[in-house]
Design a protein around this ligand. Structure first.
Ligand SMILES: *Cc1c(COP(=O)(O)O)cnc(C)c1O
Length: 496
C-alpha cells in the first residue's frame, strides 16, 4: 500500500516519498511526516539473519513505498559499501552496563554518514522518477558534523550542488578542517558570524524566499535540504536501531520480543525520532532516553511540558548538540497533538513569536516512553574517564553525554535489567582534544591537534581513521566567511 507524506502544518497536501525527499522542507515551512507508520512485515527473528544492507531494504521499502525494489537496492548498495571501514557497517561494542552502537564507521567518522551516504542516491533517483531536470542545490546549516557528511555525500554527484553554512567559531578544529578541505567543483563551504541556530534560521529563510526561488528556477536550479528535516535523512536512521536489536537477538543477548532501552545524545531530535519511529513500527523498546548537554531545552521540555528556547546559548565540548531549536521535535509535537496540523501550527507560531510553547496534559501523557536528562561538561568528561578506566574503551564527548545520562537513568530508576543500546555518534578522533583532556587533564595542553591524535591512538589502541590522517596534508579550499544576512548573496554568487 502506498504511503504518502504530508506537512506537519497542512494535512491536506499529500505527496509521495520521493517528492518529499526532493522537497526537503514543505512549502508551508512544515516537515513531511508519513500519514501512518507501517508495521514490519518480517519477524525480528527473520531480520536477525540479514546483513545491514538487507535490513536497510526491509525497513526502507515500508517507508519509501514509491521507490521500486531495484531503485532502493541500487541506493542501498552504493551507500553502504567499502566507504565504511567495517563489514557490519554499525557494530555494537559491549561494555559492563550497555552496548555502544558505533555509528561512526563511515567517511566522516560521525553518525551523520549513516544517512548522508544514501541521501544523494535517494535524491537523484527521486529527480529521475519525477522528471526533474533542474540542478538540485543542497543548502545545509551545520553544527559541525552534518556539513562534512553532506559534502562527502554530494561532492561531484552529477546534477547537484551543495552549500554548507557553519558557525565560524562554533565547531572543533578537526570539524572545520574536514569541511574547508572538501574537494568537488559543486561544493561551497561558508563560515558565518553567528551560532548554529542562526545558520539554520538563515537557511530556512532561503527555503521560503519565493523571490529567490523564482529567480533560481529561471536559471535551472531548485533547492533541497540535506538537514535532518528531510525524510531522506530520517528513514535511513530508523534502520540501525532495528539492526542493533536484531544483532542482540542473533548473539543471544536478548530474547525475541524482549524490550530494550535506547539512549541517544540529542541535538536536533532527528536521531532519537528515528528510534521513536522504529518503535512505532514494532521494535520492542521500553524507554527512549533523550540525552542533552548543557543546552538542556529538551530535558526541561520532558520535565515540564514547556519548550522554551529563551536562554543562554552554551558552547560545549559536544558542539553537534549545541542547539536550542530542535527542528525534528515538530514531528513529535504533531504526532502527540493527534496529528493535528492546526494545533501544531499554533505551537510553532508561538515558538516563532515568543520562543516558547506549552503542550497540554493529554499530550504530555503521550511522552511517557521518553526519559529526558542532561549531562554537565564535568559529568561528560567524568564519563569518558570512568569508562576508559573500567575497560579501555574510549568514547567521544557526544556519546559521553549519552553515557552519563544513562548512568543517571539507572541511578534514578534502578532499571538495570533492561538491556540498553547507546547511540555512539562520533569517533573519539573527531574530538581528540576534549577526549584526551578528559582522560588526563592538562597533560596534553601544549600539543597541537595532530600530536594529540597520535596520543589518542596510543591510549585507545584504535587505528587513526583515514578521514583524520589525510587532513594533515589536505589543502584548504574554502575560506568564505559572512554575516547571517549575507547568506542569500553568497548562494547567488556561487550559482552564477
Ligand atoms: C548531529 C549529532 C548529534 C545530534 O543528533 P540529532 O539527530 O541532531 O539529535 C549527536 N552527536 C553527534 C556526533 C552529531 O553529529
Amino acid at each position: 500500500m502506498e504511503l504518502l507524506y504530508s506537512s506537519t502544518r497542512n494535512k491536506e497536501d499529500k505527496i509521495t516519498a520521493s517528492k518529499a525527499v526532493l522537497q526537503g522542507l514543505a512549502p508551508d515551512g512544515g516537515l513531511y511526516v508519513p500519514e501512518r507508520i507501517p508495521a514490519f512485515d518480517k519477524s525480528l527473528e527473520e531480520l536477525s539473519k540479514m546483513d545491514y544492507r538487507e535490513v536497510a531494504f526491509e525497513v526502507m521499502k515500508l517507508l519509501l513505498t514509491d521507490y521500486t525494489e531495484e531503485e532502493l537496492k541500487y541506493c542501498i548498495e552504493h551507500a553502504y559499501d567499502e566507504k565504511f571501514d567495517v563489514e557490519e557497517i554499525a557494530p555494537l561494542a559491549k561494555t559492563k552496563s550497555a552496548f555502544y552502537l558505533e555509528l561512526f564507521h563511515g567517511k566522516t567518522i560521525a553518525f551523520k554518514d549513516m544517512a548522508l551516504s544514501i541521501l544523494p542516491y535517494l535524491m537523484t533517483t527521486a529527480a529521475k522518477k519525477n522528471n526533474v531536470k533542474d540542478e538540485i542545490v543542497i543548502l545545509t546549516a551545520t553544527s559541525g558534523d552534518t556539513g562534512k557528511a553532506a559534502l562527502a555525500g554530494f561532492a561531484d554527484v552529477p546534477g547537484t550542488r551543495i552549500v554548507v553554512f557553519y558557525p565560524k567559531n562554533g565547531v572543533s578544529r578537526i570539524q572545520e578542517l574536514q569541511m574547508v578541505t572538501q574537494k568537488g567543483a559543486n561544493t561551497k563551504v561558508v563560515g558565518i558570524n553567528g551560532n548554529f541556530d542562526e545558520a539554520q534560521t538563515g537557511v530556512k529563510k532561503m527555503f521560503s524566499d519565493e523571490a529567490m526561488k523564482k529567480e533560481l528556477a529561471g536559471k535551472g536550479f531548485r533547492f533541497s535540504s540535506a538537514n535532518s528535516i528531510n525524510i531522506g535523512r530520517l528513514v535511513p536512521q530508523v534502520v540501525y536501531y532495528v539492526y542493533a536489536y536484531t544483532r542482540l537477538l542473533a548473539e543471544g543477548e536478548i530474547k525475541d520480543g524482549e524490550a530494550i532501552n535506547i539512549v541517544v545524545p540529542t541535538g536536533n531530535f532527528g536521531n532519537i525520532l528515528a528510534a521513536f519511529y522504529a518503535r512505532a513500527m514494532g521494535l520492542p523498546v521500553a524507554k527512549l532516553v533523550c540525552a542533552s548537554n548543557e543546552n538542556k531545552v529538551l530535558y526541561d521540555f520532558f520535565k515540564t511540558g514547556v519548550y522554551d528556547r529563551n536562554r543562554e546559548f552554551m558552547l560545549t565540548s559536544s558542539p553537534s548538540m549545541d542547539i536550542l531549536i530542535s527542528s525534528n521535535l515538530e514531528r513529535l509535537i504533531y504526532k502527540i497533538a493527534g496529528e493535528s496540523a492546526d494545533k501544531n501550527n499554533e505551537f510553532m507560531k508561538s515558538l516563532r513569536e515568543t520562543g516558547k510553547y506549552e503542550i497540554t496534559d493529554d499530550m504530555k501523557k503521550e511522552l511517557d516512553v521518553f526519559y529526558g536528562n542532561y549531562a554537565s561538561e564535568e559529568e561528560t568528561f567524568a564519563k569518558i574517564k570512568s569508562l576508559y578506566d573500567e575497560c579501555g574503551y574510549v568514547i567521544d564527548t557526544h556519546t559521553a553525554v549519552a553515557g552519563a545520562v544513562y548512568d543517571k537513568y539507572l541511578k534514578e530508576t534502578g532499571d538495570t535489567e533492561t538491556k540498553a543500546v547507546i547511540a555512539s555518534t562520533a569517533s573519539p578522533y573527531k574530538f581528540s582534544r576534549s577526549v584526551m583532556n578528559a582522560i588526563d587533564a592538562g597533560k596534553y595542553d601544549g600539543l597541537d591537534d595532530f600530536d594529540i591524535i597520535d596520543e589518542l591512538e596510543k591510549v585507545s589502541n584504535v587505528k587513526i581513521p583515514q578521514a583524520v590522517s589525510e587532513l594533515k596534508s589536505a589543502p584548504v579550499l574554502h575560506d568564505t566567511v559572512c554575516d547571517v544576512d549575507k547568506m542569500p548573496e553568497v548562494v547567488m554568487e556561487f550559482l552564477k
